[in-house]
Design a protein around this ligand. Structure first.
Ligand code: F6P
Length: 361
Protein backbone atom coordinates (compact mmCIF):
# COMPACT_ATOMS: atom_id res chain seq x y z
CA UNK A 1 0.00 0.00 0.00
CA UNK A 2 1.59 3.35 -1.02
CA UNK A 3 1.95 6.06 1.61
CA UNK A 4 1.34 9.72 0.84
CA UNK A 5 2.27 12.52 3.24
CA UNK A 6 0.57 15.94 3.19
CA UNK A 7 2.13 19.09 4.58
CA UNK A 8 1.01 22.74 4.74
CA UNK A 9 3.71 25.37 4.98
CA UNK A 10 4.31 29.13 5.04
CA UNK A 11 1.51 31.63 5.57
CA UNK A 12 -1.81 29.84 5.99
CA UNK A 13 -4.31 30.38 3.19
CA UNK A 14 -8.04 29.67 2.91
CA UNK A 15 -8.39 26.51 0.85
CA UNK A 16 -5.49 24.68 2.48
CA UNK A 17 -7.88 22.59 4.55
CA UNK A 18 -9.99 21.88 1.48
CA UNK A 19 -6.88 20.62 -0.31
CA UNK A 20 -5.93 18.43 2.67
CA UNK A 21 -9.42 16.94 2.84
CA UNK A 22 -9.64 16.40 -0.92
CA UNK A 23 -6.17 14.86 -1.23
CA UNK A 24 -6.90 12.54 1.70
CA UNK A 25 -10.20 11.35 0.24
CA UNK A 26 -8.81 10.84 -3.26
CA UNK A 27 -5.69 9.02 -2.00
CA UNK A 28 -7.64 6.80 0.40
CA UNK A 29 -10.03 6.03 -2.46
CA UNK A 30 -7.02 4.83 -4.45
CA UNK A 31 -5.95 2.51 -1.65
CA UNK A 32 -3.17 4.68 -0.21
CA UNK A 33 -2.30 5.36 3.39
CA UNK A 34 -2.22 9.10 4.17
CA UNK A 35 -0.14 10.89 6.78
CA UNK A 36 -0.65 14.51 7.79
CA UNK A 37 2.60 16.26 8.76
CA UNK A 38 2.02 18.64 11.66
CA UNK A 39 3.34 22.24 11.61
CA UNK A 40 5.01 22.22 8.23
CA UNK A 41 8.70 21.44 7.75
CA UNK A 42 9.35 21.96 11.49
CA UNK A 43 7.02 19.08 12.32
CA UNK A 44 8.44 17.01 9.48
CA UNK A 45 11.97 17.24 10.88
CA UNK A 46 10.59 16.24 14.29
CA UNK A 47 8.76 13.28 12.77
CA UNK A 48 5.33 14.53 13.82
CA UNK A 49 2.90 12.82 11.46
CA UNK A 50 -0.65 11.63 12.03
CA UNK A 51 -2.73 9.18 10.05
CA UNK A 52 -5.48 10.86 8.05
CA UNK A 53 -8.63 9.26 6.74
CA UNK A 54 -12.04 10.40 5.57
CA UNK A 55 -13.34 10.59 9.14
CA UNK A 56 -10.36 12.62 10.40
CA UNK A 57 -10.77 15.26 7.65
CA UNK A 58 -14.56 15.43 7.93
CA UNK A 59 -15.75 18.98 8.64
CA UNK A 60 -12.58 20.81 7.57
CA UNK A 61 -13.46 21.40 3.88
CA UNK A 62 -14.92 24.85 4.54
CA UNK A 63 -12.65 26.00 7.35
CA UNK A 64 -9.95 28.66 7.07
CA UNK A 65 -6.38 28.18 8.33
CA UNK A 66 -4.86 24.72 8.28
CA UNK A 67 -5.68 21.93 10.71
CA UNK A 68 -2.22 20.51 10.06
CA UNK A 69 -0.61 23.69 11.33
CA UNK A 70 2.05 25.68 9.53
CA UNK A 71 5.41 27.27 10.26
CA UNK A 72 8.21 29.24 8.67
CA UNK A 73 11.21 27.04 9.38
CA UNK A 74 14.76 28.37 9.50
CA UNK A 75 16.19 24.92 10.20
CA UNK A 76 14.71 23.44 7.05
CA UNK A 77 16.73 26.01 5.09
CA UNK A 78 19.88 24.14 6.13
CA UNK A 79 21.12 20.94 4.40
CA UNK A 80 21.14 19.20 7.82
CA UNK A 81 17.48 20.09 8.36
CA UNK A 82 16.51 18.70 4.97
CA UNK A 83 18.51 15.49 5.58
CA UNK A 84 16.58 14.99 8.79
CA UNK A 85 13.28 15.59 7.00
CA UNK A 86 14.20 13.00 4.34
CA UNK A 87 15.18 10.55 7.08
CA UNK A 88 11.84 10.96 8.83
CA UNK A 89 9.94 10.40 5.58
CA UNK A 90 11.93 7.26 4.83
CA UNK A 91 11.38 5.96 8.37
CA UNK A 92 7.60 6.22 7.87
CA UNK A 93 7.79 4.62 4.41
CA UNK A 94 6.47 7.73 2.66
CA UNK A 95 6.38 7.33 -1.13
CA UNK A 96 5.55 10.93 -2.00
CA UNK A 97 5.08 14.26 -0.23
CA UNK A 98 2.44 16.83 -1.18
CA UNK A 99 3.48 20.34 -0.12
CA UNK A 100 0.66 22.88 0.05
CA UNK A 101 2.15 26.37 0.23
CA UNK A 102 3.69 29.34 -1.56
CA UNK A 103 7.00 30.37 -3.03
CA UNK A 104 9.25 29.65 0.00
CA UNK A 105 7.54 26.34 0.78
CA UNK A 106 7.93 25.05 -2.75
CA UNK A 107 11.56 26.17 -2.81
CA UNK A 108 12.07 23.88 0.19
CA UNK A 109 10.19 21.08 -1.57
CA UNK A 110 12.38 21.39 -4.65
CA UNK A 111 15.54 21.03 -2.53
CA UNK A 112 14.13 17.99 -0.76
CA UNK A 113 13.55 16.33 -4.13
CA UNK A 114 16.84 17.41 -5.69
CA UNK A 115 19.02 16.52 -2.69
CA UNK A 116 17.29 13.39 -1.43
CA UNK A 117 15.18 12.04 -4.29
CA UNK A 118 11.93 12.51 -2.34
CA UNK A 119 9.03 12.74 -4.81
CA UNK A 120 7.44 16.13 -4.09
CA UNK A 121 4.25 17.53 -5.58
CA UNK A 122 3.40 21.15 -4.77
CA UNK A 123 -0.06 22.70 -4.58
CA UNK A 124 0.12 26.50 -4.90
CA UNK A 125 -1.41 28.16 -1.83
CA UNK A 126 -0.65 31.75 -0.87
CA UNK A 127 -2.92 34.75 -0.59
CA UNK A 128 -0.16 36.79 -2.25
CA UNK A 129 -0.49 35.04 -5.64
CA UNK A 130 3.31 35.05 -5.85
CA UNK A 131 3.82 31.87 -7.87
CA UNK A 132 4.13 31.43 -11.62
CA UNK A 133 2.75 28.54 -13.73
CA UNK A 134 -0.69 28.83 -12.15
CA UNK A 135 -3.40 31.40 -12.64
CA UNK A 136 -4.85 30.63 -9.22
CA UNK A 137 -3.18 30.09 -5.85
CA UNK A 138 -5.37 28.88 -3.01
CA UNK A 139 -6.52 31.69 -0.75
CA UNK A 140 -6.29 34.54 -3.25
CA UNK A 141 -9.99 34.63 -4.07
CA UNK A 142 -11.06 34.51 -0.43
CA UNK A 143 -8.52 37.20 0.50
CA UNK A 144 -9.79 39.47 -2.28
CA UNK A 145 -13.38 39.04 -1.18
CA UNK A 146 -12.38 39.98 2.37
CA UNK A 147 -10.46 43.02 1.14
CA UNK A 148 -13.26 44.38 -1.01
CA UNK A 149 -15.78 43.84 1.77
CA UNK A 150 -13.51 45.83 4.12
CA UNK A 151 -13.03 48.55 1.51
CA UNK A 152 -16.80 48.84 0.96
CA UNK A 153 -17.25 49.36 4.71
CA UNK A 154 -14.41 51.86 4.89
CA UNK A 155 -15.93 53.69 1.91
CA UNK A 156 -19.16 54.21 3.87
CA UNK A 157 -17.20 56.06 6.54
CA UNK A 158 -15.05 57.88 4.01
CA UNK A 159 -18.10 59.25 2.14
CA UNK A 160 -19.84 60.24 5.36
CA UNK A 161 -16.81 62.18 6.63
CA UNK A 162 -15.28 63.36 3.32
CA UNK A 163 -12.14 61.40 3.99
CA UNK A 164 -9.30 59.79 2.16
CA UNK A 165 -8.36 56.28 3.28
CA UNK A 166 -5.10 54.53 2.56
CA UNK A 167 -5.75 50.81 2.93
CA UNK A 168 -2.68 48.60 3.14
CA UNK A 169 -3.01 44.97 2.12
CA UNK A 170 -0.58 42.05 2.40
CA UNK A 171 1.79 41.13 -0.40
CA UNK A 172 5.40 41.33 0.60
CA UNK A 173 6.90 40.66 -2.81
CA UNK A 174 3.89 40.63 -5.08
CA UNK A 175 1.31 43.42 -5.41
CA UNK A 176 -1.42 41.31 -6.99
CA UNK A 177 -3.85 41.60 -4.06
CA UNK A 178 -3.62 45.40 -4.17
CA UNK A 179 -4.03 45.50 -7.95
CA UNK A 180 -7.03 43.20 -8.12
CA UNK A 181 -8.68 44.68 -5.02
CA UNK A 182 -8.36 48.19 -6.48
CA UNK A 183 -10.60 47.15 -9.34
CA UNK A 184 -13.00 45.18 -7.14
CA UNK A 185 -13.37 48.02 -4.63
CA UNK A 186 -13.28 50.80 -7.24
CA UNK A 187 -10.36 52.49 -5.55
CA UNK A 188 -9.08 55.83 -6.81
CA UNK A 189 -5.48 54.68 -6.92
CA UNK A 190 -3.35 51.63 -6.29
CA UNK A 191 0.27 51.49 -5.19
CA UNK A 192 2.32 48.35 -5.67
CA UNK A 193 6.02 47.52 -5.61
CA UNK A 194 6.18 46.45 -9.26
CA UNK A 195 5.38 50.02 -10.39
CA UNK A 196 8.87 50.93 -9.17
CA UNK A 197 7.91 54.52 -8.28
CA UNK A 198 9.91 56.56 -5.77
CA UNK A 199 8.41 58.61 -2.95
CA UNK A 200 8.49 61.93 -4.79
CA UNK A 201 6.73 60.51 -7.85
CA UNK A 202 4.09 58.83 -5.70
CA UNK A 203 3.54 61.99 -3.65
CA UNK A 204 3.18 64.18 -6.74
CA UNK A 205 0.73 61.76 -8.40
CA UNK A 206 -1.39 61.31 -5.27
CA UNK A 207 -1.48 65.04 -4.58
CA UNK A 208 -2.69 65.72 -8.16
CA UNK A 209 -5.25 62.93 -7.84
CA UNK A 210 -6.58 64.39 -4.60
CA UNK A 211 -6.89 67.92 -5.95
CA UNK A 212 -8.66 66.81 -9.13
CA UNK A 213 -10.97 64.39 -7.36
CA UNK A 214 -12.02 66.69 -4.53
CA UNK A 215 -11.82 70.20 -5.99
CA UNK A 216 -12.70 69.54 -9.62
CA UNK A 217 -15.08 66.61 -9.31
CA UNK A 218 -16.48 67.01 -5.82
CA UNK A 219 -15.63 63.49 -4.72
CA UNK A 220 -16.39 62.74 -1.09
CA UNK A 221 -14.38 59.57 -0.80
CA UNK A 222 -10.85 58.81 -1.82
CA UNK A 223 -9.68 55.22 -1.53
CA UNK A 224 -6.05 54.35 -2.12
CA UNK A 225 -5.01 50.71 -1.89
CA UNK A 226 -1.36 50.10 -1.12
CA UNK A 227 0.52 46.81 -1.19
CA UNK A 228 2.66 45.97 1.82
CA UNK A 229 5.70 45.59 -0.45
CA UNK A 230 5.82 49.27 -1.51
CA UNK A 231 9.02 50.62 0.00
CA UNK A 232 7.60 54.01 1.00
CA UNK A 233 6.02 53.51 4.46
CA UNK A 234 2.26 54.02 4.67
CA UNK A 235 2.64 56.78 7.31
CA UNK A 236 4.75 58.79 4.88
CA UNK A 237 2.13 58.46 2.16
CA UNK A 238 -0.54 59.58 4.63
CA UNK A 239 1.63 62.57 5.64
CA UNK A 240 2.08 63.60 2.00
CA UNK A 241 -1.67 63.39 1.39
CA UNK A 242 -2.40 65.46 4.51
CA UNK A 243 0.07 68.03 3.25
CA UNK A 244 -1.67 68.16 -0.16
CA UNK A 245 -5.08 68.57 1.48
CA UNK A 246 -3.79 71.43 3.64
CA UNK A 247 -1.84 73.19 0.86
CA UNK A 248 -4.85 73.20 -1.48
CA UNK A 249 -7.43 73.93 1.23
CA UNK A 250 -9.37 70.74 0.47
CA UNK A 251 -10.37 70.01 4.07
CA UNK A 252 -10.07 66.27 3.48
CA UNK A 253 -8.96 64.20 6.45
CA UNK A 254 -6.68 61.25 5.78
CA UNK A 255 -6.84 57.94 7.63
CA UNK A 256 -5.15 54.61 7.23
CA UNK A 257 -6.20 51.00 7.79
CA UNK A 258 -3.77 48.09 7.66
CA UNK A 259 -5.83 45.00 6.92
CA UNK A 260 -2.92 42.62 7.57
CA UNK A 261 -3.70 39.15 8.86
CA UNK A 262 -7.48 39.74 8.89
CA UNK A 263 -7.26 38.93 5.20
CA UNK A 264 -5.49 35.59 5.67
CA UNK A 265 -8.24 33.91 7.63
CA UNK A 266 -11.83 32.96 6.98
CA UNK A 267 -13.87 30.35 5.22
CA UNK A 268 -12.70 29.71 1.63
CA UNK A 269 -14.92 30.99 -1.16
CA UNK A 270 -16.53 28.62 -3.65
CA UNK A 271 -13.70 29.28 -6.13
CA UNK A 272 -10.97 28.50 -3.60
CA UNK A 273 -12.79 25.29 -2.65
CA UNK A 274 -13.31 24.21 -6.25
CA UNK A 275 -9.70 24.84 -7.27
CA UNK A 276 -8.37 23.26 -4.05
CA UNK A 277 -10.33 20.08 -4.72
CA UNK A 278 -9.20 19.83 -8.33
CA UNK A 279 -5.54 20.68 -7.66
CA UNK A 280 -5.49 18.11 -4.86
CA UNK A 281 -6.94 15.53 -7.23
CA UNK A 282 -4.18 16.36 -9.76
CA UNK A 283 -1.48 16.18 -7.10
CA UNK A 284 -2.59 12.74 -5.92
CA UNK A 285 -2.72 11.56 -9.52
CA UNK A 286 0.85 12.78 -10.04
CA UNK A 287 2.02 11.08 -6.85
CA UNK A 288 0.28 7.74 -7.21
CA UNK A 289 -1.14 7.07 -10.64
CA UNK A 290 0.84 9.05 -13.23
CA UNK A 291 3.15 7.33 -15.75
CA UNK A 292 6.61 6.40 -14.45
CA UNK A 293 8.37 9.34 -16.13
CA UNK A 294 6.12 11.83 -14.31
CA UNK A 295 6.81 10.23 -10.94
CA UNK A 296 10.51 10.13 -11.75
CA UNK A 297 10.43 13.87 -12.44
CA UNK A 298 8.72 14.45 -9.07
CA UNK A 299 11.62 12.64 -7.36
CA UNK A 300 14.27 14.44 -9.40
CA UNK A 301 13.24 18.08 -9.09
CA UNK A 302 9.72 18.17 -7.70
CA UNK A 303 6.53 19.10 -9.55
CA UNK A 304 3.68 21.55 -9.00
CA UNK A 305 0.09 21.32 -10.15
CA UNK A 306 -0.89 24.60 -11.84
CA UNK A 307 -4.43 25.82 -12.43
CA UNK A 308 -5.07 26.98 -16.03
CA UNK A 309 -1.49 28.25 -16.33
CA UNK A 310 -0.59 31.03 -18.78
CA UNK A 311 2.84 29.51 -19.38
CA UNK A 312 2.99 27.06 -22.29
CA UNK A 313 4.01 23.45 -21.84
CA UNK A 314 3.80 21.41 -18.70
CA UNK A 315 2.35 17.91 -18.47
CA UNK A 316 -1.33 17.19 -18.89
CA UNK A 317 -3.30 15.52 -16.08
CA UNK A 318 -6.74 13.89 -16.24
CA UNK A 319 -8.21 17.36 -15.44
CA UNK A 320 -8.02 19.75 -18.42
CA UNK A 321 -7.57 22.76 -16.12
CA UNK A 322 -4.65 21.25 -14.20
CA UNK A 323 -1.13 20.91 -15.63
CA UNK A 324 2.09 19.80 -14.02
CA UNK A 325 5.29 21.84 -14.11
CA UNK A 326 8.72 21.03 -12.73
CA UNK A 327 9.52 23.04 -9.62
CA UNK A 328 12.70 24.23 -11.36
CA UNK A 329 10.58 25.88 -14.02
CA UNK A 330 7.97 27.16 -11.55
CA UNK A 331 10.59 28.82 -9.36
CA UNK A 332 12.54 30.25 -12.26
CA UNK A 333 9.34 31.76 -13.68
CA UNK A 334 8.37 32.96 -10.21
CA UNK A 335 11.66 34.87 -9.92
CA UNK A 336 10.82 36.57 -13.19
CA UNK A 337 7.28 37.30 -11.96
CA UNK A 338 8.62 39.00 -8.83
CA UNK A 339 11.46 40.86 -10.53
CA UNK A 340 9.13 42.25 -13.18
CA UNK A 341 10.69 40.39 -16.12
CA UNK A 342 7.76 37.95 -16.58
CA UNK A 343 5.22 38.92 -19.27
CA UNK A 344 2.40 38.53 -16.71
CA UNK A 345 3.94 41.19 -14.44
CA UNK A 346 4.60 43.50 -17.36
CA UNK A 347 1.01 43.16 -18.54
CA UNK A 348 -0.33 43.72 -14.99
CA UNK A 349 1.68 46.94 -14.65
CA UNK A 350 0.58 48.12 -18.10
CA UNK A 351 -3.07 47.30 -17.48
CA UNK A 352 -3.16 48.89 -14.06
CA UNK A 353 -1.47 52.00 -15.49
CA UNK A 354 -4.36 52.30 -17.95
CA UNK A 355 -7.04 51.42 -15.41
CA UNK A 356 -5.79 53.93 -12.81
CA UNK A 357 -6.98 56.84 -14.91
CA UNK A 358 -10.44 55.35 -15.23
CA UNK A 359 -10.71 54.37 -11.56
CA UNK A 360 -9.90 57.91 -10.50
CA UNK A 361 -12.85 59.39 -12.45
O1 F6P B 1 3.21 34.97 2.52
C1 F6P B 1 1.95 35.49 2.81
C2 F6P B 1 2.03 36.68 3.74
O2 F6P B 1 0.71 36.88 4.12
C3 F6P B 1 2.67 37.95 3.18
O3 F6P B 1 1.83 38.71 2.40
C4 F6P B 1 3.06 38.66 4.44
O4 F6P B 1 4.08 39.58 4.21
C5 F6P B 1 3.50 37.53 5.30
O5 F6P B 1 2.76 36.40 4.89
C6 F6P B 1 3.33 37.73 6.78
O6 F6P B 1 3.88 36.64 7.41
P1 F6P B 1 3.73 36.30 8.96
O7 F6P B 1 2.34 35.81 9.18
O8 F6P B 1 4.75 35.26 9.18
O9 F6P B 1 3.98 37.58 9.69
Amino acid sequence: MPTLALLTSGGDAPGMNTAVAAATKVAVGQGAEVLGVMDGYEGLMAGRMEALDARRVDGIWHRGGTVLGSARSERFRTPEGRSEAARQLAARGVDALVVIGGNGSLTGGRLLAAEHGVPVIGIPASIDHDLACTSHALGVDTALNTIIDACDRISDTARSHHRCFVVEVMGRQCGYLAMAAAIGAQADAVLFREQGKDEETLAAELSRLMVEAVRDRGKKRLLIIKAEGVEVPTERIVARLEQASAEHGLGMGVRTTVLGHVVRGGSPTFRDRLVAGRLAHGAVWAALAAPDEVRAAAAREGLMVGWEPREPGGTATPDRSVRLFSLDRVLEQTDALLSGAHPTTRSRVRLLGAVQGVLAL
